[in-house]
Design a binder for this molecule. Structure first.
Ligand SMILES: CSCCC(=O)C(=O)COP(=O)(O)O
Ligand SMILES: [Mg+2]
Length: 227
């Protein structure tokens, strides 16, 4: 019996185009100014040091760091220092009302329903935990953060690594066979299944072809009793 649901964001609760066409360009445009204004702050310097270690490049100026982050955004690299800095940049966009986070029309209704059915809800995304809280705090359906019991990001491991799901299962504290992971990415679902999670692939456009996992195109097609 499923007791908790762990959901991906991009392609699962929300469109890939919102992330790729709104959030990523916003961060790319804002990075030069953000780095210039916040360069000396201790938490930013820690993330710059982590990015230097990850890339093997010395990042001694805002310009050199910006060049690396632009490359990483263009390549959609899911690396922790980039994701943490993007989260800081997106905060201003949400707070200024420049955008709200896209949700598919069925997302909020089903999260609310599952919560009412006493399921615990968690997020696992490559976006930083701070970015996830902003995303659901400033969503198209308002503030959904009260629905979630916890958030996981790349500090639990990468989304295609089995160990990440073992780490998340241990943190949630329920047996893996009581957990359901929702994602649009087959390799993430394979890793979760290998860790013992139930899985469901979200195919929002109905275009992804065969899957090794149960498939739904909307959250209200997910039959929890079938797992
Ligand atoms: C927290 S919103 C931004 C999502 C993001 O930065 C990203 O890379 C999407 O990754 P996901 O693991 O949700 O597919
Ligand atoms: Mg996804």
């Amino acid at each position: 019996m499923i007791k908790a649901i762990v959901t991906d964001i991009e392609g699962t609760t929300s469109s890939i185009s919102f992330v790729k066409e709104v959030l990523f360009p916003y961060a790319a445009n804002a990075f030069p100014r953000f780095l210039a204004e916040h360069w000396d702050e201790a938490d930013v310097q820690q993330l710059i040091a982590a990015a230097a270690a990850e890339s093997g490049q010395p990042l001694t100026s805002p310009d050199s760091a910006n060049a690396l982050f632009q490359e990483w955004i263009a390549a959609d690299r899911k690396v922790t220092p980039l994701k943490a800095l993007q989260g800081k940049i997106w905060q201003a966009g949400y707070e200024n009302g420049d955008y709200t986070a896209h949700l598919y029309p069925d997302t909020a209704a089903n999260l609310n329903l599952w919560k009412k059915q006493n399921l615990d809800l968690y997020v696992y995304s490559s976006g930083s935990i701070a970015a996830q809280k902003l995303f659901f705090g400033y969503s198209d359906a308002g503030d959904l953060t009260p629905l979630f019991s916890g958030y996981f990001d790349t500090t639990s491991g990468h989304k295609q690594d089995v160990q990440s799901y073992r780490n998340i299962q241990a943190a949630i504290g329920l047996p893996a066979n009581q957990l359901l992971f929702l994602s649009d990415v087959e390799a993430e679902l394979d890793a979760a299944a290998e860790a013992g999670f139930h899985t469901c692939r979200l195919d929002r456009e109905g275009s992804q072809g065969a899957s090794r996992h149960p498939v739904a195109s909307r959250f209200d097609e997910i039959d929890l009793a079938s797992f």
